[in-house]
Design a protein around this ligand. Structure first.
Ligand SMILES: [Mn+2]
Length: 680
């Protein structure tokens, strides 16, 4: 709270859904189909160019009872893709089908030569990959040697040289024929099913797969636009409504979700309740259990397996919490405060959860994180560490690792997430090299912490009908985020701590509508209970929030989900162009200048050499009493600037020291100062 710059997409005061959608790049003539997603608008499954050959090969195999193996992956996308294809081939085509999910630890991602050989021994003569295969050159070559056929269906970026396979279905393939390219692995598998269904004259029956397609699409964080929006919208409507997928229903019920009439699940329900449990199967053990759960038609089996996955997820959370606690302690944390990335390492940390721990470290420290664990898969006597990296926008971790490749044994991934293997003796060089990369990146472009908002609203615009109108834009998620608004001219009327141990903060705001009537708005800030004293002390403020409808005693009222608060009024008259994102504007109150820096400096000097986070409020009050309009944002940013140029150092957790110096200091050495000052 208070430490992020707010940017807004538009500054028009009158705000409606049409304008909102237009500003998000959806022109007015497309808005009606966007707001009413329908299966009728799904792309023709016959579009992909090699679909006829693929369909023919699969139908032939099913007709003759040829053994087919669906080769999947151990994440939610791979699990759901495997599920729907196996189900369809068995149920509608009576195919002789089994499936194979590689082991995360012994085999890793994708189909390997060894797996192909094993399948050959088992009698398989046709392999269909889902959610993998586009880089399986050697596996494909081996399959050919063994006179097995392979159909590759995948949604990952294509390598320059493709596997020697005539039957490839991948929307990213140049000239693939797919019109929509952002499908998940399960979306590609569903396209194949629809093409097969078309051939045998079934269409609407295939809507039964939509809940599972939705699950994988959300699980893989695909943008919820175009086709994905249709399948997720339609899938959510159908979950628990029909008599199918009892394993999914069992999982939902046991996760505390009541599938009552008329209630529609959201992507967040899938994201929090279901997907982690499917993923947990493969993180700690065998992912095939998740496929079995989704496929089962036996209530006992659904009960047993859903309980098992819940327990696995519990175990995963405990392991993760344990590793996280260790990761932030001295012995394990290898990087220092000034390093570009957070790097932690542990002997026996579980490889299945280090990626999640890395994500938590990114949240905690606000910079890229790499978590390393001992890798025992080598027998050359050299100690190696296997790691998972997660990043922040603006720091391309794949590019960064590429710059470090001479110190790495293995690495791969993309902008925001990557994996790597490094020799223990090379870790310090890796840190040094990442710092170099970080300096280069930030020298080019420094982006201060910020939040993007869709628009500014007057308090009286926050009404139940308006929020209902916005909810037609659901499902929200990647590529279609829930709208975020700035509300200004508010006053804090009441604050209370709520929830377990007062974890959350409930705030009531007071304002006036354009006719001068008093308006009250309720909001909640999750995880901000400890900020109560600070929020109580401010009076006039602005809020950045999403909007929700709260039902209480049968009465519906708008409710703000507070993402951030500032202790000043945002005013359109004081807008200023955002320098690092020119589609957005920001406001003068989010800038710094020399006079402000001087004032904060003087206040710090008079306060004393050392202070804790709790003293910040006194510091802030000191400035207010001196008549300086120093907002919390400016105070915190000024301290960050002083930290950056070495005037302030963090001496312990939550404790800061002011370093007295005779030298003149140069504010321009701080990239944060440069970014915030140049916006004046
Ligand atoms: Mn995938």
């Amino acid at each position: 709270m208070f430490d992020k710059q707010w940017l807004v997409r538009t500054n028009q005061e009158k705000y409606d859904r049409t304008m909102l959608l237009s500003s998000r790049g959806i022109p007015e003539y497309q808005q009606s189909s966007f707001l009413n997603p329908s299966c009728e608008d799904l792309e023709a499954p016959s579009n992909p160019v090699c679909m006829p050959e693929i369909v023919e090969r699969i139908l032939e195999a099913c007709d003759t009872g040829e053994p087919i193996t669906v080769f999947g992956d151990y994440d939610a996308d791979g699990i759901t893709a495997t599920t729907i294809l196996v189900h369809f081939l068995r149920y509608f085509l009576q195919g002789n089908v089994n499936y194979y999910i590689p082991d995360r630890f012994t085999e890793g991602y994708g189909i390997s030569v060894q797996a192909v050989e094993r399948l050959k021994e088992q009698g398989t003569s046709l392999i269909i990959t889902v959610d993998n295969g586009i880089a399986a050159h050697s596996a494909m070559a081996r399959a050919k040697d063994l006179s097995m056929d392979m159909v590759i269906t995948d949604h990952h970026q294509c390598p320059e040289q493709l596997p020697d396979c005539p039957l490839i279905l991948n929307p990213h393939l140049l000239g693939s024929g797919f019109q929509y390219t952002d499908l998940a692995g399960v979306g590609v598998a569903y396209t194949l099913i629809r093409a097969l269904g078309e051939c045998i004259g079934i269409e609407e029956e295939l809507y039964m797969y939509l809940p599972i397609v939705a699950l994988g699409t959300v699980g893989d964080c695909m943008p919820l636009t175009g086709q994905n929006r249709i399948v997720v919208h339609e899938g959510l409507l159908r979950i628990g409504k029909e008599d199918t997928w009892m394993g999914l229903t069992a999982l939902l019920r046991k996760s505390g979700y009541e599938l009552e009439k008329g209630k529609v699940l959201t992507t967040a329900d899938l994201g929090y309740r279901v997907i982690p449990k499917l993923n947990a199967a493969g993180r700690l053990g065998n992912a095939a259990r998740a496929v079995e759960l989704l496929l089962t038609t036996d209530p006992v089996c659904a009960d047993v397996l859903s309980t098992e996955l819940l327990e696995e997820n519990q175990k995963r959370q405990e392991t993760e919490a344990q590793i996280y606690r260790e990761a932030i302690t001295k012995g394990h944390l290898l990087s220092g405060e000034d390093d570009a990335c957070v790097i932690a390492s542990g002997e026996d940390w579980h490889h299945g959860v280090i990626g999640i721990v890395a994500s938590r470290l990114v949240e905690q420290y606000g910079k890229p994180a790499i978590v390393l664990a001992r890798d025992d898969q080598w027998d050359d006597g050299i100690i190696r560490l296997k790691g998972s990296a997660r990043s922040v926008p603006g720091f391309n971790i794949y590019e960064a690792l590429t710059a470090c490749s001479s110190f790495l044994d293995k690495f791969g991934g993309h902008e925001m997430a990557a994996g790597l293997t490094v020799q223990e003796t090379q870790v310090s060089k890796l840190i040094e090299m990442l710092n170099q990369y970080g300096r280069d990146v930030f020298a080019k472009k420094w982006v201060p912490p910020h939040i993007l908002a869709d628009g500014i609203l007057r308090p009286e615009q926050v009404t139940v009908p308006f929020i209902r109108e916005l909810s037609q834009m659901e499902p929200f998620g990647e590529g279609n985020e829930q709208p975020i608004f700035i509300l200004t001219d508010l006053f804090v009327a009441k604050t209370t701590m709520v929830g377990k141990e007062g974890k959350h903060l409930r705030v009531t705001f007071k304002s006036q509508d354009s006719e001068g009537n008093t308006v009250f708005l309720d909001g909640i800030a999750f995880g901000a209970g400890h900020k109560i004293a600070v929020v109580k002390a401010i009076s006039s403020c602005s809020v950045l929030c999403t909007l929700e409808i709260n039902q209480w005693n049968g009465i519906e009222r708008p409710s703000l989900r507070i993402l951030d608060i500032q202790d000043f009024h945002i005013s359109i008259e004081k807008k200023t162009q955002c320098l690092y994102n020119n589609a957005y504007t920001t406001f003068e109150d989010f800038t710094l200048n020399r006079d402000m820096m001087k004032a904060v400096y003087k206040a710090i000097v008079s306060f004393g050499a050392q202070w804790t986070v709790n003293d910040l409020q006194k510091l802030w009050a000191l400035l207010c009493r001196a008549g300086i309009s120093c907002s919390w944002y400016r105070l915190l940013s000024a301290i960050s600037v002083f930290q950056e140029i070495g005037l302030v150092v963090q001496s312990a957790e939550n404790t800061y020291m002011f370093k007295k110096t005779q030298d003149k200091f140069n504010l321009a050495e701080s990239s944060l100062y440069r970014a915030l000052a140049s916006q004046n």
